[in-house]
Design a protein around this ligand. Structure first.
Ligand code: N01
Length: 547
């Protein structure tokens, strides 16, 4: 049997279960101590409200607490992957690299928790099992796997978009007798691959980041690829004092743009049609080191065939130049979906890794996996005996963390049933039938298509205003109306249909999880913050206040 090596855990906390009674409810429960949950708890505390945070991990950090695989880094620049709510925090934290490593990002989350004294307001190593709306008391009743029973007026799900890792669930996986590691649940102690034969299954960002480092240690690495991905070079480097000073000088203007709902980076207008020369120059920048940011500078890259094709062709040509064996280069070349319709990877040495003698690509389009065996991976062609399997199969994205809890609103309606055909929200912030429940970066909001950290800040600020509105109007509840939700879902779909996104079998579409409804989950339209602000300014249009 494979060892239970996938759950790092820390020693179980010994504590008495927490019980709050409906007679003395808390103001809020916040689920999750990632960047959204930390800021939510901070804002609630600052407003003088009582709050209990709950987190399954052993400490703060969310995805950065769990994803400790070698090479894990952010894929947008660290300077932007930072909170904007505190000038002091911004001024005192110094990122060391253009793209920070997982340990540094985790240290940042820990620093935030210390600086704003947030840890005492969380229960760690505690998983929410159910959250049920009590219609009589107009309270959320939240239960955990540690026996806690908490009553609170508001329930905020800050559970993250990529926080429910897919199990290593290929046929025969539990028969494997070697070591198995899931990238999204990586152990805390470093894994030594020296002298080992390793199978990496999957070629998304997690595999793209980890494989080059695993290959430096291991004897042999087999990479099992179902669909080749587009990857852009990180060109990672230490951040100079000049770069940091430049960012700090510009920080107030950057924050001003964010707060005013404008894109914080210059994005070409939707009606801009570049000449061939301009397009070629923009496409060249994909290899100049700004990765995903360079990609979104290409006008309408996810809307216009010509612009998309130019960018895709450029990356395909680069792969052909980097990978020495032309047949292998072709296998690594993405052709089946438009660039950026799955999140592109940002790598350090991904394509170069395939020039190594100890790395072999197994193309699953030619020879699919038939089983995991006690000794390795079996395809239709042959057995690959290995000592270690690294499962990089991704996440049940955007809805997985929410649906793994039993969330029930009015009339006992379960979120699972309400979302049986795909997630339905109003603004990605609220769900009809679930009063006083908010989702931070929920489906139906831009979340994963933008800087998810500043997206979480925007949501938390909006939720705080909404909670204040309920309190100042002496209402009991705020609830999205079904009509407003249906209109919003239709608008989200309409915007997605104007793009090339639906052409890819991506996790944005739920396509990576067997049986999951295929719906484009994030909001890809423009002016999202302005829309949220207008809803609030119009007295929470599309919401009903309950007494
Ligand atoms: O997961 P993925 P990920 N047999 O879903 C393959 C963020 N992230 O963890 O494409 C064989 O992208 C699947 O193949 P296919 C980032 O937003 C960020 O790598 O479905 N293979 C694919 O190759 C990212 O987009 C960073 O055909 C199977 C892979 O598994 C998101 O998280 C780092 C299979 C899954 O790739 C997810 O990335 C890491 C099967 N049965 C992650 N089923 C940063 O840089 C699936 N696959 C910040």
């Amino acid at each position: 049997m494979a060892p239970a090596a996938t759950h790092p855990g820390t020693s179980a906390a010994v504590r008495e279960p927490l019980h709050t009674t409906p007679a003395a409810p808390l103001d809020a429960v916040v689920v999750g101590a990632g960047f959204g949950g930390l800021y939510m708890v901070h804002r609630l505390r600052e407003a003088g409200l009582t709050v209990q945070g709950i987190e399954a991990a052993g400490d703060v950090g969310g995805t950065w607490w769990w994803n400790r695989y070698p090479g894990a880094r952010c894929d947008i620049p660290s300077l932007l992957y930072s909170y904007t709510f505190s000038d002091e925090l911004q001024a005192e934290w110094r990122w060391s690299e253009k793209y920070a490593t997982q340990p540094e990002i985790l240290a940042y989350a820990q620093h935030v928790a210390d600086r704003f004294d947030l840890r005492p307001h969380f229960l760690f190593e505690t998983r929410v099992t159910s959250a049920v709306f009590d219609e009589t008391a107009k309270l959320w009743r939240v239960k955990t796997d540690r026996g806690d029973e908490i009553a609170a007026r508001f329930c905020v799900m800050a559970t993250g978009c990529l926080s429910a890792p897919r199990d290593f669930d290929l046929p025969g996986a539990d028969t494997f007798e070697g070591e198995t590691y899931v990238t999204g649940l990586w152990p805390h102690d470093p894994i030594d691959f020296t002298g080992k034969r390793v199978a990496v299954i999957g070629t998304g960002s997690s595999a793209v980041q980890s494989t080059p480092l695993i290959a430096e240690q291991a004897d042999q690495v087999y990479v099992f690829q179902r669909t080749p991905n587009y990857s852009l070079p990180a060109l990672n480097a230490p951040l100079s004092d000049e770069e940091v000073a430049g960012f700090r000088a510009n920080f107030p203007a950057y924050v001003e743009l964010l707060r005013s709902g404008q894109p914080p980076l210059p994005i070409p207008p939707a009606d801009y049609v570049p000449s061939d020369e301009e397009l070629n120059a923009l496409v060249e920048q994909l290899w100049n080191g700004w990765g995903l940011i360079s990609a979104v500078q290409i006008p309408n890259i996810v809307r216009d065939e010509r612009c998309n094709q130019a960018a895709g062709d450029f990356v395909r040509a680069k792969i052909a130049r980097i990978v020495k064996d032309p047949a292998l280069a072709e296998k690594l070349t993405p052709r089946s979906f438009p660039i950026m319709t799955k999140r592109a990877c940002v790598d350090t040495g991904w394509y170069e890794t395939f020039n190594r003698d100890n790395v072999e690509l197994v193309d699953l389009r030619e020879t699919p996996i038939t089983a995991i065996t006690p000794t390795g991976v079996r395809t239709t062609e042959r057995d690959y005996p290995v000592d270690v399997i690294v499962s990089a199969l991704g996440f049940d994205a955007m809805t997985g963390a929410l649906l793994r809890m039993d969330i029930r609103g009015r009339g006992g309606l379960s979120l699972k049933d309400a979302w049986a055909e795909g997630p339905k929200t109003y603004l990605g912030l609220a769900v009809a039938g679930f009063p006083n429940l908010f989702t931070v970066t929920g489906p139906g909001s831009p979340s994963v298509l933008t800087n998810v950290l500043t997206a979480a800040e925007q949501h938390v600020d909006w939720i705080m205003d909404a909670i204040a509105h309920v309190r100042t109007t002496n209402a009991a509840t705020l609830e999205a109306t079904t009509d407003a939700q249906e209109d919003w879902v239709a608008h989200v779909n309409e915007e997605a249909d104007k793009t090339l996104f639906p052409r890819a079998a991506s996790w944005y579409m739920g396509a990576n999880i067997p049986g999951k409804p295929r719906v484009f989950m994030p909001y890809v339209g423009e002016g999202y913050k302005l829309h949220c602000d207008a809803v609030a300014a119009e007295g929470y249009a599309g919401f009903a206040l309950g007494s």
